[in-house]
Design a protein around this ligand. Structure first.
Ligand SMILES: [Zn+2]
Length: 103
């Protein structure tokens, strides 16, 4: 169950970062590790694929140091999904964090 939550959070992180600038796999792995999510490529790439299949991200290749690097850019639909997610996150945070000291 915890893994399901984290996968949702990870999807939102990815969408958020792609909304700032196009991202690539190794960069996302580092960024997610910074947030405490140590995810393997075997977890990350299926998430990226599903975001792409849902039309929230699109990919393109760019040659970097002689190798093609695959970038993921947010789509218009991705931005809309992020806007919706932000509203839900705010509502969720307002609710679950308000009585954080009540155990
Ligand atoms: Zn982040």
């Amino acid at each position: 169950m915890i893994k399901d939550f984290f996968l949702g959070f990870i999807r939102i992180h990815i969408l958020f970062h792609a909304s700032q600038a196009p991202v690539y796999g190794a960069e996302l792995t580092r960024e997610l590790a910074r947030h405490g999510y140590n995810i393997s490529p075997g977890t990350l790439y299926p998430v990226l694929h599903s975001l792409e299949e849902q039309g929230l991200l699109r990919t393109y290749g760019e040659v970097v140091e002689g190798k093609v690097r695959k970038y993921y850019a947010i789509t218009r639909r991705g931005r809309e999904a992020l806007t919706e997610a932000r509203k839900k996150i705010k509502e969720l945070v307002d609710e679950v964090m308000v009585n954080e000291n009540d155990k």
